[in-house]
Ligand binder design. Structure first.
Ligand code: NAP
Length: 250
């Protein structure tokens, strides 16, 4: 039985990833922060006796060390846990920045670095990193989020080339707007009305496209046609302006 380690598995993209793998007979190590919020996932998977549940605050280094200590080496790592955060430049506290950066970037690197020596002993394994389209386009008022996602995108692409010889594939997924709990948690639920419907991608679609790309050994995947079409032009000034208007970030 193949084993996957999924962080942020209690809701949204991580929960959908767990459902998808569960249907395909995987055993799952599921990590989230709040035991209370993971109830739905635990109930959903109650018939899978091979699952393990961990409740850790992954914005803290000690939690990653504890996780590395507790888990067996998986065949697939899905580094997904995260929050979204809006903050104007100069408005965040040092603690907010430290925790956001560790959760979205530093902690993901620590987790992967800790697992790679064990993954190398397997015949083949896969790493999936859920970054964001914000990694490759300016996101005014979300600069901390975008830069952390950019950092992990860059790390993933680099280790992907390095680990290809070891039969470890690394795929970074760059979703746009996905309807999950993320925006509500950040007090941004108004975005669900403001952002045009065609800019939303379902968590199921993100998972299917990401898993397909990972199995095919692709380094990057952009789930959703709208984002795929716009991505090559995001560096251009005119596209950037239109993008910011659509995202209500002017
Ligand atoms: N939704 C979008 O539009 C979107 C777009 C691009 C990228 N993403 C990325 O997709 C990933 C998943 O987000 P989502 O949209 O699925 O959000 P979500 O529904 O809010 O799920 C977030 C998951 O991450 C876990 N998590 C958050 N903070 C944690 C912490 N400090 N320690 C441990 N676990 C923590 C949550 O567990 P608890 O509930 O227990 O805290 C939950 O399981 C994130 O990395 C996000 O940045 C989302």
């Amino acid at each position: 039985m193949k084993k996957a380690l999924i962080t942020g598995a209690s809701s949204g993209i991580g929960f959908e990833y767990a459902k998808y793998l569960n249907q395909n007979g995987w055993s799952l190590d599921l990590v989230s922060h709040s035991e209370e919020r993971s109830k739905k996932a635990r109930e959903f998977f109650q018939n899978n006796n091979n699952n393990n549940y961990y409740h850790l605050d992954l914005s803290k280094k000690d939690s990653i060390l504890e996780l590395l200590d507790k888990v067996d080496c998986p065949d697939l790592v899905v580094a997904n846990a995260g929050i979204t955060m809006m903050s104007k430049a100069g408005d965040s506290s040092s603690l907010q920045r430290d925790e956001l950066y560790y959760l979205l970037c530093g902690g993901v690197i620590d987790l992967i670095e800790g697992l790679v020596p064990r993954l190398k002993e397997k015949d083949a394994s896969r790493i999936v990193i859920i970054s964001s389209i914000g990694a490759v386009t300016p996101m005014p008022k979300s600069s901390l989020y975008a830069s952390a996602k950019s950092g992990i995108y860059s790390y993933g692409r680099s280790i992907g080339e390095e680990l290809a010889n070891e039969n470890i594939s690394v795929t970074i997924s760059l979703p746009g707007y996905v309807k999950t709990n993320a925006h509500k948690r950040a007090g941004l639920d108004h975005l669900e009305k403001k952002i045009p419907f065609w800019m939303w991608v379902s968590a199921e679609k993100v998972v299917k496209m990401t898993e397909k790309a990972s199995i095919a050994g692709k380094s990057t995947v952009i789930p959703g046609l709208a984002y795929k079409l716009v991505k090559p032009f995001l560096g251009m000034e005119i596209t950037s302006k239109a993008w910011k208007m659509l995202n209500k970030r002017n």
